[in-house]
Ligand binder design. Structure first.
Ligand SMILES: Cc1ncc(C[n+]2csc(CCOP(=O)(O)OP(=O)(O)O)c2C)c(N)n1
Ligand SMILES: [Mg+2]
Length: 903
């Protein structure tokens, strides 16, 4: 063990006053002048003068070291704190009971099922931060004011459950079944998951960094709803986001804070629980996380409120006119501050105050016990209230409250402030009894030793107070609602033009999509609810025409004359603009999508977002946000543009997406489609609108779009069901009973290669074929899995037939599937396709090349499809094996060409 750092270590000692004061008398006069302005004319006047000084100094060439931090003390001075409006004593009792039950829930769960996990120390540190918010700030959904949207720190869930238990929202049985959701009577999910507890949790937050990011875009989307007059009071909802200080290491946490300030999101409040610890140990052992975060947030333009010290520090700070104590507080690094948490008062006296005799004198009249109890601001309701009150009153920018707390507060020897505290799941009997003593829990020692839950009677002052506070604030929080919000789906006959084909013109599926999007945005029933979202990629997808027609959303409108103002398609920003042009942030754009796609539950208005982006930067880059969107029961469309490994010509390894459709397989609520033709795309989107916004299914669509131009055919009669279910027969070439037959599955961009292979097979080899367009391998796979499972569990019943089996029965012979995605996607349906099944997929890294060369390289072009069909036929004895070598030559294929997946 390393010896403690001695206070005479220069790194920790009190630093001298700024060196080189050539004229202390003059310094004193300046400082006195400032004090007298503050006393006589108030702080705003002092701020004005200092700002003026700063400007003049700059003009005169005086350069101040730029520091965006303030001294390491509370932002709100003690004399400016508002009186506390609640019953402090009663609130303390309630908070103690919640602390107890939260801890007992985790301890009992782990006694019963060792290894089941859970967290005690996170909520222990954050209890005051939450309780002050619950009792005085967070608005529920039953009140007159619009409800707040609260992102809870995922690991603090036990405390939120413990409170819901006191309020009668959760039963004791549910608490006992914490992390055991499959138990009879139900249990509680480990973390906030709307999917698992749809009436309770609203926002999935446990994947660190996503909560803060989503919260920023949620707050921004609330402005969008107001500015577009869809929900005039949406900005009265405050977005609260509780964040861990360790969580701030995630790039997503701080990644969008400049947007929040730029958009002046004063409806947004971050509360960062700075307990100075993360999972393994200190967040910034050798630094100061609060100061670091202050600099980052202030630099980004946020209102920063530091809540570092509890009220018992106030008299000490008041007796520190020279700022000695403030300076000392500012120089002690967090690792050392954590050490003071676990050491006795004598250590604090010797090492912290002992660094300077004047500091030691400051606390001479305090006992060691008093020194040890000197509290952190985040545990002092008065300080926390003052900060929240200032945060909700603040206008013009978002607020972050940086609250210092102690991790594992109250756990004592069992973990308070220790590096192991995050992992502490069990308390022994002595520790439980000590916890009960420290927080005055009115249960017997024996009951404490058994970690029994405690709930005061319903008519007790505690429960009455709790209920009254929540009633005054509009009911329970958290709480999710899922109102029935059927939109009138578009009538298909009004969309006939989208099924009619392009009549000789060559267009891409992206162009077809943009046309459909514009048409939907003009629809009288649903048009205004459509939210197009793009991450600086509108021109890539030919969407620039929408700028002028529908406007790009900007809360401040357009403060400049756009460079292209004389152009009909100029870059038009407008307060009521419909398009969200997010700049280069797929994560931010998807967060906007999530806010829009969940607005039904958060605002009671169904929105229809279309997030259009470069498909490679979707599932692959921001897959965890897609996961969160599913958990949140989002509804909407994500459109993966320029998709396909061989269809995005020229872009090469990084951009060519052969992955996303495969990844989509694993996302439970994603309906993934890879259409080739405009009519397929239109059918899928119209059906999707019906499914999500009329039938109210909690799914969202992933549809890939290509930029390859070709003629779009007419919708074949009777194919709409197949398009939606994942496959339909597109083309049959019957050469009579004597000719061998094969079945070809083509999808997306490669469907047309399958059709070309059909021609080749007939013309060069006399082979008949049926071509199927597979619009969704995922749908086929999912349906077949469901059938199999049903058949397995109902052996006596008439077996159900997977859809894919039925469809493929219209043809005969071996099957070759070719696609522009990694081959496991098509292999997913292998169990229902039979043994004569060859899959040609685009496995491996992309290349910079033109389309036809890419398709040849990845062996998914018509020639390779034809060869695979002949090989399958040869296996089946319907084509001479001896002729295969000749066929390779005929097809101009090269057996020795490089293999795309050779590494
Ligand atoms: C993306 C992600 N990575 C890792 C984790 C695992 N994890 C859970 S809690 C935790 C430490 C959290 O520290 P902090 O944010 O400071 O919260 P505290 O519990 O201290 O309040 C980690 C690393 C996670 N939940 N999410
Ligand atoms: Mg922490």
């Amino acid at each position: 063990m390393k010896p403690p750092i001695e206070p005479d270590n220069p790194a920790l000692g009190v630093s001298p006053a700024p060196a080189g004061d050539a004229d202390p008398q003059e310094t004193c006069e300046w400082l006195d002048a400032l004090r007298s302005v503050v006393e006589g004319q108030g702080r705003p006047r002092a701020e004005y003068l200092l700002e003026g000084l700063r400007h003049e100094a700059f003009r005169l060439g005086v350069r101040l070291a730029c520091s965006d931090t303030t001294p390491h003390v509370n932002t709100i001075p003690a004399d400016q704190e508002p009186p506390y409006p609640g019953d402090r004593q009663l609130e303390r009792k309630i908070k103690s009971i919640i602390r107890w039950n939260a801890m007992a829930m985790v301890v009992r769960a782990n006694q019963r099922s060792p290894g089941i996990g859970g967290h005690i120390s996170t909520f222990a540190s954050a209890a005051t931060l939450y309780e002050v918010a619950f009792n005085h700030f967070l608005h529920g959904k039953q009140g007159r004011s619009p409800p707040d949207q609260v992102f809870f720190q995922g690991h603090a869930a036990p405390g939120i459950y413990a409170r819901a238990y006191l309020l009668g929202r959760l039963s004791q049985e549910q608490l006992i079944n914490f992390r055991r959701e499959l138990q009879p009577g139900g249990g509680l999910s480990s973390y906030p998951h709307p999917w698992l507890m749809p009436d309770f949790w609203e926002f999935p937050t446990v994947s660190m960094g996503l909560g803060p990011l989503m919260a920023i875009y949620q707050a921004r989307f609330n402005h969008y709803l107001v500015d577009r007059r869809i929900k005039p009071d949406a900005t009265a909802s405050r977005v609260w986001c509780f964040v861990g200080d360790g969580e701030c290491d995630e790039p997503e946490t701080l990644g969008a804070i400049t947007l929040a300030a730029r958009e002046q999101l004063d409806n947004l409040i971050f509360v960062v629980n700075c307990n100075l610890q993360r999972l393994d140990g200190p967040v910034r052992g050798n630094g100061k996380i609060i100061q670091e975060l202050e600099g980052a947030f202030r630099g980004a333009g946020w209102n920063v409120l530091k809540v570092i010290w509890g009220s018992d520090w106030d008299p000490l700070l008041a007796r520190d006119p020279d700022g000695l104590l403030v300076r000392r507080l500012g120089e002690v690094v967090d690792g050392q501050m954590q050490k003071y948490t676990v050491m006795p008062g004598s250590y604090i006296r010797a090492h912290f105050f002992g660094a300077d005799p004047r500091l030691a004198a400051l606390v001479a009249d305090l006992s060691d016990e008093q020194l040890q109890r000197l509290s952190r601001g985040g545990h002092d309701p008065r300080k926390v209230y003052a900060a929240y009150q200032a945060a909700v009153a603040h206008r013009g920018s978002p607020t972050v409250v940086l609250a210092q707390t102690i991790k594992g507060y109250g756990l004592g020897e069992a973990g308070e402030g220790r590096n192991v505290t995050h992992q502490q799941k069990k308390l022994n009997q002595a520790e439980l009894i000590e916890f009960r003593r420290r927080f005055d829990i009115p249960i017997s020692e024996a009951a404490a030793a058994r970690a029994e839950f405690y709930k005061p009677p319903d008519d007790s002052p505690e429960i009455t107070y709790l209920r009254e506070r929540r009633a005054a604030l509009g009911g329970f929080v958290p709480g999710r609602r899922s109102p029935t919000m059927r939109l009138k789906p578009p009538q298909w006959d009004e969309f006939a033009e989208f099924f009619a084909g392009s009549e000789g013109r060559e267009v891409s599926s992206t162009m077809a999509f943009v046309r459909l999007l514009v048409r939907l945005m003009r629809d009288k029933n649903i048009g205004r609810y459509v939210v197009p979202i793009v991450p600086d990629e509108a021109r890539t997808f030919g969407m620039e025409a929408l700028f002028r027609q529908f406007g790009i959303y900007s809360h401040v409108g357009q403060l400049y004359e756009p460079v292209d103002s004389d152009n009909v398609l100029y870059y038009r920003e407008a307060v009521d603009g419909q398009i969200l042009e997010e700049g280069i942030t797929e994560a931010g754009s998807l967060s906007s999508f999530i806010a829009a796609a969940s607005s039904r539950s958060s605002h009671g208005v169904s929105m229809i977002p279309f997030f259009v982006y470069y498909s490679m930067f979707g599932f692959q880059r921001i897959g965890d946000l897609f996961w969160a969107a599913g958990d949140m029961r989002c509804r909407g469309f994500v459109m993966g543009g320029t998709a396909g490994r061989t269809t995005l010509a020229g872009e090469g390894l990084q951009h060519q997406d052969g992955n996303s459709q495969l990844m989509a397989l694993a996302y439970p609520t994603v309906r993934a489609y890879d259409p080739c033709y405009a009519y397929e795309l239109s059918v899928i989107i119209l059906d999707g609108i019906r499914r999500m916004y009329y039938e109210e299914q909690d799914v969202f669509y992933y549809i890939t779009l290509m930029n390859e131009n070709y003629e779009m055919p007419i919708l074949p009669p009777g194919s709409t069901e197949g398009i939606c279910r994942g496959a339909y027969q597109l083309s049959e070439r019957d050469l009579g009973a004597k000719k061998p037959r094969v079945r070809l599955l083509g999808s997306g961009a490669i469907l047309r290669e399958a059709l070309r292979a059909q021609d080749l097979l007939e013309a060069k080899f006399g082979v008949a074929s049926t071509v199927y367009s597979v619009t969704s391998y995922k749908s086929l796979w999912q349906d077949a899995r469901v059938c199999d499972r049903w058949n397995r569990l109902h052996p006596a019943a008439e077996p159900r037939q997977p859809y894919v089996e039925g469809v493929l029965r219209s043809g005969s012979g071996p099957i070759v599937a070719a696609l522009d995605y990694a081959s496991p996607l098509a292999l997913a349906i292998a169990p229902w396709v039979g043994p004569e099944y060859t899959v040609l997929g685009t496995d491996g890294f992309g290349r910079s090349e033109a389309r036809q060369e890419l398709r040849r390289f990845f062996e998914v072009d018509a020639e390779n499809i034809a060869l695979a069909a002949l090989v399958e036929l040869a296996h089946a004895g319907q084509f001479s094996k001896g002729k295969l070598a000749q066929a390779i030559q005929t097809l101009e294929l090269h057996p020795d060409k490089p293999n795309p997946i050779d590494l």
